[in-house]
Each structure stands twice: as structure tokens, then as C-alpha cells.
Write a protein that binds this ligand. Structure first.
Ligand SMILES: Cc1cc2nc3c(=O)[nH]c(=O)nc-3n(C[C@H](O)[C@H](O)[C@H](O)COP(=O)(O)OP(=O)(O)OC[C@H]3O[C@@H](n4cnc5c(N)ncnc54)[C@H](O)[C@@H]3O)c2cc1C
Length: 483
């Protein structure tokens, strides 16, 4: 793909049928493939199986069109950007989606809506940016969480507003959790508190690994696909167009107009928002090349638990759980009493189907909930998380001379913050960000960084070695977490 200031002829488009006739590709790898496919079926997730009939969309693009704003990607970020552009700024955007509506992470996640964005904890915000910035960032992320929570009450998405239990999986982790809980309480004013292992077992579930936990009241578990479909329905009701099976396979900028080539036609747009998350192809735009590290996360959902199993595991709540492993497990009892659990997966797409990655999850079920050892797994899938190289997202216009914006890099914490990112992105695209202090926060004021070595030297030159580093880190994390 190219992005130049001069016109070159496009190759002849290959028509993509409206219904997904192309199978899901379990080995898809964003670092290798130019785009996530064209008209591919959804991953075999529990969310796809239980979301009901997908809402209508506008089908594949079949001709060249001129638009004001084009959005690439129809996940929660793309759809909330479209929704807020229409709702708050009167701008009806055109969304281009390579496959099906919400085909990427937004139909694959754990659905855990946390009061967070990116991978850093509040203590790490203070260490990195100081107390004042951390306070302002907290107010911003909190506003995003409250906005998300309100939306989950308006959209039918099986929302469970039960907070988050962060479980210490070994004793050395308890003081770390206790310090974070104290900081949350004393500095940021939350009612976060520590809980004993006995309290977790008697009031939430009999999770056998835990030695104690931090409980934060802010946390809403959702059905992420129902939620994103809800955003899409609302956006379309306001005049937004959503073209599925329409991957952007070429991008030229000619006299300031962006020509986004899809198989069925070219979109000529004055402004473009890129909302492609972990599915951002390396060739999509030079502005994003080597700035997103896609990391595979996998997830399973079991058959329904029987009454006897619910009793044996003492599940009393659908509050979602994570543990203190560096490569954390995330899990919860879903509506309909199925257990979901997920964690990290393979490094490359080519290895994603290897049984060892599924075994990591089934072993975890057996360890954490022995009465469920060997329970039937009904759904198993994986997806690419958009990790940024400094662990925090960016919602930004990376080059002031180009009318291109992006919101990417949530690092596995995008379920709640992506809708607020979409709201802020819409403000920026509409030109309502100038001079506002909030946009000076570190998630808004710079582009996504390139890879770095120990946070010291940042360079594009490290990009080809990222996966080698990731493999080494996974081994180190395993030793740290388990030995
Ligand atoms: C297995 C898994 C578990 C997760 N669990 C959690 C969790 O519990 N809590 C949490 O907060 N976060 C979680 N996340 C992350 C969370 O799902 C996302 O941050 C959130 O859904 C926002 O996604 P998005 O809209 O930015 O990107 P996505 O939903 O990935 O959407 C991007 C879209 O862009 C499209 N696209 C890409 N390239 C092109 C192109 N060239 N042309 C057209 N379209 C294109 C893709 O097809 C895709 O549909 C998880 C992610 C995964 C993979």
C-alpha cells in the first residue's frame, strides 16, 4: 500500500460478496498480512454465538464515493467515534470494515470493563508523570468509565456492575496489592479495599489459588458484541454508513484528499480516523507502522455449570476476576452460568492453534476451580490485543499537517475506555480540541512511540526484533510468576 502526494493508478478491485463467504483464518497475523482479510467470517466466539442476529449494515462498498469523514474499523472505538461525531457534532461519517461488524477484538474480548486504560496502574502513572498529571489522568479515565457505565445501562449487553476482584496468586503479591489499594483510597478517593482469601471464597467464588485480593467497586462486565452492535445501531440511526467486507487496501493522499481503496470502490475523504486496534496492518499507514505491537490473547467459554458445580465452586457473584500474574488470567461467570477464562497465547499467528495454548487455560480452570477440571469447552478463540510500546494508548492527530487521527494502543484495557476514546477522537476530528487542557494529557499529546530498549532508546530499528524479545520476556515472566 502507498500513501503519497501524487496520483498513481489503482489496481482493479476484486468484488467482495455481501455475506461472509470467506472462512475465518485462525492463523491471521497482523505483523505479516497487509490487512485482516476481506469479508471473512467471525472468530468462533461465545459472543458471536449468543449476540443474536447482527444488526443491518450498509454492505460492501460498490462504487467510488466522496465523504467528509471516513473511519477505518468498526469495533467499539470506530463505532463510538462515528456515534459521537453524529450525535455531538452533526458529522455523519462512513465506516469501512474489512470483515464483519465488530469483527476484531470487540467480538472477542473478556468483556471486562475496568476503570483503566492501557496497562499501567495508577502508582505507575505517578512514577512516570508525577502526581498532578496522574490526578488529571485519573479524572479523565474515570469520566470515561462513568460514561461507559451509563451506556451499558442504555444498551442491552448483559451488563453486570459488580466491580473487579484482583486476586493475588501468591503471597509476595499481597503487599503490592495492599499498596495499590491504599493509593487508590488515599490519593484518588476510591473505596478500594483488601479482602482475605476466606472472604473471596465465601462471598464471591471458591478460587483455590488466591491468597487474598484487592476489590475495586468500579468494574462492569458486559457482552462486548451486544454492546458494540448497540453502538452501531445508534450510529446508523443517526445517518452513519457502515460498509462491511470493505478493507482499506490502498491509501493515497492527493491534494489533501485521502483516497482509501477498497475492493469495491474508493472512498475519497477529507478526514480519516483510524480505529483498527491490534488489527492494524503494517502497510495501512506510515503513521502507524511499527507503533502497535499486536499480542495474541486467547479465551475459552465452558458449557453451562450444573447446580452441583455452582455449589462446589461456590460462585455467588458474576464480578469479574483477574490475577496478579504478569501474563494475567482474566475470568468470570457469565450470564447463563458458563465460565469464561482467558490469558496470553502464542507469539505468532502461525502457532495460534497449537494445543499448548488451550491447555494453558484448561490447566488454569483445573487449578483455580478443581471441581471444574475437565469440564467441556464449548468455545475457544483468540484475538490480537493492541499493545503500545509504552503501555498507554494514544488518541491523537500524529501529524498536524495531515487530517488523520487515530485511537489505538489500549493494551487489553479497551472495553470501557474505547467509547470515551471515540468521544475524544470525535472532538478532535470536529476541531473542538484546540486550547483545551485535557488534550495536554500524555494519552492525547503525542504519537504512539516506536519500540524501545528498557525504556531508554526508542527506535524503529528495533521493530524486527520485537517477537524475539517477546519470546524471551514470556519465559522470564513465567519464571517470575510460577517459580
Ligand atoms: C482475547 C481478548 C480479550 C480482551 N479482553 C479485554 C477485557 O476483558 N477488557 C478490556 O478492557 N479489553 C479487552 N480486550 C481489548 C478490547 O477488546 C479492545 O480494546 C476493545 O474492544 C476496543 O477495540 P477497537 O475497536 O479499538 O478494535 P477492534 O475491535 O479490534 O476493531 C478494529 C477493526 O478494524 C478492522 N480493520 C483493521 N484493518 C482494517 C482495514 N485495513 N480496513 C478496514 N477495516 C480494518 C478490523 O477488521 C477490526 O474489526 C481484549 C482483547 C482480546 C483480543
Amino acid at each position: 500500500m502507498t500513501m503519497t502526494g501524487t496520483a498513481t493508478s489503482f489496481t482493479a478491485p476484486e468484488a467482495v460478496p455481501a455475506t461472509p463467504s470467506r472462512p475465518y483464518d485462525p492463523r491471521y497475523d497482523p505483523l505479516l498480512a497487509p490487512d485482516p482479510g476481506a469479508g471473512r467470517a467471525y472468530a468462533p466466539t461465545w459472543w458471536v454465538a449468543s449476540a443474536g442476529t447482527p444488526p443491518e449494515d450498509d454492505g460492501p462498498l460498490v462504487q467510488d464515493i466522496d465523504v467528509d469523514v471516513a473511519i477505518v474499523g468498526s469495533g467499539a472505538t470506530g463505532m463510538s467515534t462515528a456515534l459521537y461525531l453524529a450525535q455531538e457534532h452533526g458529522i455523519r461519517a462512513t465506516v469501512l470494515e474489512a470483515n464483519q461488524a465488530a469483527w476484531g477484538c470487540s467480538s472477542r474480548s473478556g468483556g471486562q470493563g475496568q476503570n483503566a486504560s492501557g496497562r499501567l496502574k495508577r502508582s505507575q502513572w505517578i512514577a512516570r508523570w508525577g502526581f498532578d498529571t496522574a490526578k488529571k489522568l485519573d479524572a479523565e479515565i474515570r469520566a470515561g468509565f462513568e460514561n461507559f457505565k451509563a451506556l451499558t445501562q442504555q444498551i442491552d449487553c448483559d451488563a453486570f456492575d459488580g466491580g473487579h476482584l484482583y486476586l493475588a496468586h501468591r503471597r509476595e503479591k499481597l503487599p503490592v496489592l495492599a499498596a495499590e489499594a491504599a493509593l487508590m483510597r488515599d490519593t484518588f478517593g476510591y473505596a478500594t479495599r483488601m479482602m482475605s482469601a476466606e472472604e473471596v471464597r465465601s462471598d464471591y467464588c471458591d478460587e483455590r489459588e488466591t491468597v487474598g485480593a484487592m476489590f475495586e467497586a468500579e468494574g462492569v462486565g458486559i457482552h462486548p458484541l451486544k454492546f458494540t452492535f448497540g453502538l452501531l445501531r445508534r450510529a446508523r440511526a443517526l445517518g452513519v454508513k457502515v460498509h462491511t467486507s470493505s478493507p482499506v487496501q490502498g491509501w493515497q493522499t492527493i491534494d489533501g484528499v485521502h483516497h482509501l481503496r477498497t475492493p469495491g470502490g474508493t472512498v475519497r475523504a477529507r478526514r480519516v480516523a483510524v480505529c483498527t486496534g491490534g488489527y492494524t496492518g503494517q502497510a495501512l499507514s506510515p503513521l502507524l507502522k511499527n507503533r502497535v505491537m499486536p499480542i495474541l490473547s486467547n479465551s475459552v467459554v465452558t458449557r453451562e455449570l450444573t447446580e452441583a458445580e455452582l455449589k462446589a465452586t461456590n460462585f455467588r457473584s458474576k464480578t469479574f476476576l483477574t490475577d496478579t500474574r504478569t501474563l494475567r488470567f482474566y475470568y468470570r461467570l457469565l450470564e447463563g452460568n458458563r465460565l469464561q477464562i482467558g490469558s496470553r497465547s502464542s507469539v505468532s499467528g502461525a502457532d495460534a492453534e497449537a494445543p499448548v495454548h488451550l491447555k494453558l487455560l484448561t490447566d488454569a480452570i483445573a487449578r483455580k476451580f478443581p471441581p471444574l477440571a475437565n469440564i467441556r469447552i464449548d468455545h475457544s478463540w483468540w484475538g490480537w490485543v493492541d499493545m503500545s510500546h509504552d503501555m498507554m494508548p494514544r488518541i491523537t492527530q500524529p501529524d498536524a499537517s495531515k487530517k488523520i487521527w487515530y485511537a489505538v494502543g489500549y493494551g487489553g484495557n479497551g472495553v470501557s475506555f474505547s467509547t470515551w476514546a471515540g468521544k475524544r477522537l470525535a472532538e478532535r476530528i470536529a476541531g473542538r480540541d484546540a486550547g483545551r487542557e485535557v488534550f495536554e494529557l500524555p494519552i492525547y499529546d503525542s504519537p504512539l512511540p516506536f519500540p524501545n530498549v528498557m525504556g531508554l532508546v526508542e527506535s524503529q530499528a528495533f521493530a524486527p526484533f520485537r517477537r524475539m524479545g517477546q519470546r524471551m520476556l514470556y519465559k522470564w515472566y513465567w519464571l517470575k510468576d510460577e517459580k
